[in-house]
Design a binder for this molecule. Structure first.
Ligand code: ZN
Length: 469
């Protein structure tokens, strides 16, 4: 008998961590952190709910923090198996986890100074840089798409990674294993699924139908995306208007995939002659710069036209006027560059990072356009601004919001409702299990699925619940 137990991303979008057990061996599908506010983040400090020493392997779908962020903790608590993923995912996870360790260390030092004055102690970080480096030693098995590997543990479980089209190197996880009746069974875990028309990534690989169990994400299970071209057109228009008026375009971006996509769109505008070559574009995020380099190293995982360009030195991220600013003094020097200019900086939700320096300098100027291209969680500075705050606090100072604020939602790296439904239909599953969605998204999508696939059993996963698969 095989089972699946949910230890995260059930009833919420973050903290993906599902325990698959078959024939006495246990494997994890992802091991990510909870994100989005103190209540959720508190859960990262709670016990896993299983013994990490007994887990034989982690099948990691992709390098986003909410999918890999608890791996160093798993290793700290005795996990000795292998983390198995694609080559880009291994490299992305290394950068993302190291960055997290640095941020945790800085946060701890600040908190420590603050609490020490009150005679209290700050809580120690979940893990440090040395824990991440030790965890990276467990990433000693890489897999290519469509290349089945038999997992260790003697349970005759075969794992195949298939392209999920979400970010560089992202994979769907296909497991084949003997069922209770001795017949071979197939479980497909989508990880995060991409949309069909992305500039850098392939469309998700079609599911290997029929599958017995389809474990699928439902981030946008209750929403349709508008076509990407409309969002791109809106983005281009806003950039050109601001540049024509000599202003600054500020784009808070997520370091992985979104930064590279925005660079790609700006590069196209330059190559098409729509945007003047001399208008400077700053990628002001060391993490995003490091991640961009991985697109060069792993270009064969991108769309053919992108891969071809990258392999012969025609990078879609290199164009006249682009500056990758790494050193803090280079970052500060951007303030002295007269407009028009375009600045991409993290963090995506404006909760930290270099974007806040730019906001302090530019948010009070009507000549600035702030283009928000990603989800803004409750409680973040970004959410406050997109909800229309007239004044916000940045670095303890009050700043008036006089800039034009534009939210463009079409750049999501997740499949919308239509694409999710088409994928589920194509899989011809006997049982669909919904994870990685807010309750309303998962419920809405489950109703839709029950109508579309009347033969299939549909389950909305609950935290801690075990299903026979
Ligand atoms: Zn993701």
């Amino acid at each position: 008998m095989a089972t699946l137990t949910f230890h995260g991303a059930a009833g919420t979008v973050t903290g993906s961590c599902h325990l698959f057990e078959a024939g006495g061996a246990a494997y994890l599908l992802d091991c990510g952190q909870f994100q989005g506010g103190p209540d959720l983040e508190q859960r990262n400090f709670a016990p896993f709910g299983f013994d990490p020493r007994e887990v034989r392997g982690v099948l990691l779908s992709h390098g986003h923090f909410d999918h890999c962020g608890r791996i160093p903790l798993l290793v700290k608590q005795g996990f000795q198996g292998h983390v198995i993923c694609t080559p880009p995912t291994r490299d992305i996870a290394r950068l993302i986890l190291l960055d997290s360790a640095y941020v945790q260390r800085e946060d701890f030092r600040t908190e420590h100074r603050r609490l020490a004055r009150a005679g209290r102690r700050a809580r120690a970080p979940l893990y440090g840089v040395e824990d991440v480096l030790e965890a990276m030693d467990r990433f000693d098995r890489v897999v290519e798409y469509h290349a089945p590997v038999e997992l260790e543990g003697g349970a005759r479980v075969v794992f195949t990674a298939e392209d999920a089209g979400h970010i560089l190197g992202s994979a769907q996880v296909l497991l084949e294993y003997p069922g209770a009746d001795g017949r071979s069974r197939r479980l497909l875990y989508t990880g995060d699924l991409g949309e069909n028309e992305r500039p850098l990534q392939h469309a998700p690989a079609p599911p290997p139908a029929p599958v017995d169990v389809l474990v699928m994400e439902t981030t946008y299970g209750d929403r349709r995306h508008r076509p990407l071209e409309e969002s791109v057109a809106e983005f281009r228009a806003a950039v050109l208007e601001t540049v024509a008026a000599g202003g600054t375009v500020l784009v808070p971006t997520f370091a992985l995939e979104r930064s590279q996509e925005i660079l790609y769109h700006l590069g196209r505008m330059k190559r098409e002659g729509v945007l003047a070559p001399e208008v400077p574009v700053f990628l002001n995020s060391p993490l995003a710069i490091d991640l961009t380099r991985l697109y060069h190293r792993h270009c064969r995982f991108c769309r053919p036209e992108v891969a071809e360009g990258l392999s012969v030195g025609r990078s879609p991220f290199a164009f006249p006027g682009v500056h990758f600013t790494e050193a803090p003094e280079e970052s500060r020097a951007i303030h002295n560059v007269p407009g028009p200019k375009i600045v991409l900086a993290g963090s995506g939700m404006m909760a930290g990072g270099r974007i806040r320096h730019h906001l302090k300098h530019l948010l009070w100027k009507p000549s600035t356009t702030l283009i928000v291209v990603g989800y803004q969680a409750e409680g973040t500075l970004g959410r406050e601004i997109v909800e229309g705050a007239r004044r916000v606090e940045v670095f303890g100072e009050e700043v008036a919001v006089e800039a034009r604020v534009l939210t463009i939602n079409g750049f999501s790296a997740h499949a919308g409702q239509d694409a999710l439904l088409a994928f589920a239909r194509a899989a011809r599953p006997r049982h669909v299990v919904l994870v990685h969605g807010e309750p309303s998204a998962a419920e809405t999508f489950s109703r839709l699925l029950r109508g579309a696939l009347p033969e299939a059993r549909v389950t909305v996963a609950r935290e801690g619940e075990t299903l026979e698969v």
